[in-house]
Design a protein around this ligand. Structure first.
Ligand code: PEP
Ligand code: MG
Length: 592
């Protein structure tokens, strides 16, 4: 009998395949001591495991190099090097020889010891290795215990549906879309950064399924529908039939995309709406253009650093930024400075363990505290301004002081570029993301210090409503139609119009047709979103009238509850568009 599980749609697309359980975590290692005559055998077992792990990492490295490029593939280097490190190897061998521990127990002890040792030092080069160490320990211990490598998809003959409790951006970046047909998780939300990355990788995903890890078994057939947020285990003939017909509809919609992409993005009463794309990787630029993006409203640069063993250099960053700028010769390209922390932790930067990482050392705070990292990025960005309309955007700004500090750094970097004779656009633009209530309330002040606003509703909603954007349990409370959110959007739009600077929205809200209708009504007519959503939003734009949107937004602004807000919008949009056609994203927050 088929089992139907409903969760939250996180990444578009429909797929089927066998379940693959990805269990990423430290296994329990039994305390085993060995006899003297087994010492040699255990040492050999350890060396064999080292060799196995090296080969496995080399394999992953070359696959990543093919898929994402040689630079991204370097994320595996620190772990490969660690397997050769005398502190790791000799220490483990000593525990086997002197303490008569099994290979796995000896390795676990040695690595725990090194972890403690490295944690005590304040040398950043040493601290940076802790994340790699964690990853490596999980991999090697599973092997020594005879478990399957939790992330190894190499031996599979058909693309699988990865089932996990939750994922992280660095694990997701390792998933190869040719082997992974879909992702289904117990936890997670659409705005978790790994889910955003899955969208960029075009891997369908459903999150917040509660207990799919328990209810599914390895190898069991599953259908995943990332559009409506549903997973079907053991589908019967009727589910398979509906799967095939939904897939067919999706394919025919895909064939329409090219045609829609070339249509003008104008409402029925003549309001032009600029549609831009959000990118996580530079090589998404072509997809974005083919889906009708006129520019890039948000290029999340963190994916150049998350999962990397070393800090990306200026030249490498410059090339990445320049390639995106050149892909949009006549459009604006907004590149955001590193938004690290929260749920994105690069290996090379020692991020503290925090009680509330989303309220912690994150985004602009990290940039300003890590001048080497930040200055390198600013230089690369400045150099990219010579190749198109590249604009620099700062995440999580709360305070005018932060902009002043960044401008001071930019002044210094432009001076050194000038001295070195390196070209950049002296009229470069610097803007901020409005992502906190503090920034929304202070929008009029912030507007005096920057060239544009881009509203990051994913975070603005989380901070306004005190609802963790990654919490499945709270997903129902994560409500973009909450009156407090609507009023802040209105306030930011008004402040930017009064100051004569551009305002756009680059959070997920922009990809929800009803929410996008609200944004138009608030006179926010530049929308940026995950590029797969662009054609549908353009279709919506072409079906509505800006005057109706304005009227609906005025009513929404006076509403007491989010239900009232959505009612005003649904009434306003009327029959001009069939909202059920947007089934997946229609329920941005409302439970199905
Ligand atoms: C946002 O917060 O809305 C946003 C676009 O940034 P991110 O999702 O990367 O935090
Ligand atoms: Mg954000």
């Amino acid at each position: 009998m088929a089992v139907i599980l409903d969760g939250w749609p996180a990444s578009e697309g429909i797929a089927s395949g066998p379940v693959f359980h990805l269990e990423w975590g430290l296994p329990i290692v039994p305390h085993v001591t060995i006899l003297e005559d087994s010492v040699q055998k255990e040492i050999e077992r350890f060396h064999e495991a080292r060799l196995w792990a090296t080969e496995r990492l080399q394999e992953l490295k070359s696959r990543t190099a093919e898929r994402l490029g040689p630079i991204e593939a370097r994320i595996f280097d620190p772990q490969i090097m660690m397997l050769e490190d005398s502190e790791v190897v000799e220490g483990t061998v000593r525990y086997v020889t002197e303490n008569r521990l099994s290979a796995e127990r000896a390795f676990e002890w040695r690595m725990l010891e090194l972890r403690a040792l490295w944690s005590r030092t304040s040398h950043p080069m040493v601290l940076d290795r802790l994340n790699d160490l964690e990853d490596l320990v999980v991999r090697v211990l599973h092997h020594l215990l005879g478990h399957h490598d939790p992330t190894d998809l190499a031996g599979i003959d058909e693309p699988v549906i990865v089932v996990a409790s939750d994922l992280t951006p660095s694990l997701t970046v390792h998933l190869d879309p040719t082997s992974v047909a879909g992702i289904a998780t117990d936890q997670g939300t659409r705005t978790a950064h790994w889910a955003i990355l899955a969208r960029s990788l075009e891997i369908p995903a459903v999150v917040g399924l509660g207990d799919i890890t328990k209810r599914s078994t390895e190898g069991q057939q599953a259908i995943i529908d990332g559009r409506i947020g549903r997973v079907v285990l053991d589908p019967g003939p009727s589910e398979l039939e509906s799967f095939a017909s939904r897939q067919q509809r999706l394919t025919s919609w895909e064939s329409e995309i090219g045609a829609v992409a070339s249509l003008e993005s104008v409402t029925k009463d003549g309001q032009y709406v600029e549609l831009r794309a959000n990118l996580d990787m530079p090589d998404e630029a072509d997809h974005a253009r083919n889906h009708g993006a006129e520019g890039v409203g948000l290029f999340r640069t963190e994916f150049l650093v998350v999962g990397r063993g070393t800090m990306p250099g200026e030249e490498e960053q410059y090339k990445a930024y320049r390639s995106v700028a050149e892909a949009f010769p006549s459009g604006a390209v907004f590149i955001r400075t590193f938004d690290l922390g929260g749920d994105k932790f690069p290996m090379f930067l020692h991020m503290p363990q925090e009680e509330n990482p989303f309220l912690g050392w994150r985004a602009i705070r990290v940039c300003l505290d890590e001048p080497e990292l930040f200055r390198t990025q600013l230089r690369a960005l400045l150099r990219a301004t010579a190749h198109g309309d590249v604009r620099m955007m700062l995440p999580l700004v709360n305070d005018v002081e932060e902009i002043i500090q960044v401008r001071a750094l930019l002044d210094e970097e432009t001076k050194s570029l000038t001295n070195e004779g390196i070209p950049y656009n002296a009229g470069y633009k610097l803007g901020v993301m409005i992502e906190t209530p503090a920034a929304a309330l202070d929008a009029a002040e912030l507007a005096r210090y920057c060239d544009f606003f881009s509203i990051g509703t994913n975070d603005l909603i989380q901070y306004t409503l005190a609802v963790d954007r990654t919490s499945t349990r709270l997903a129902k409370l994560y409500n973009p139609f909450h009156p407090a959110v609507v009023r802040q959007l209105h306030q930011v739009a008004r402040a930017s119009h009064a100051a004569g600077i551009e305002v756009s929205v680059c959070g997920e809200m922009a990809s929800n047709p009803l929410a996008a209708f609200l944004l138009l009504g608030l006179d926010i007519t530049v929308l940026s979103m995950s590029w797969p959503s662009l054609p549908e939003i353009k279709k919506m734009v072409r079906e509505v009238r800006i005057e109706d949107a304005r009227r609906a937004a005025q009513k929404a602004l006076a509403a007491d509850t989010s239900r009232d807000v959505t009612e005003c919008l649904v009434d306003g949009i009327g029959d001009s568009i069939d909202l059920t056609a947007f089934s997946g994203r229609w329920s941005l927050s409302a439970p199905k």
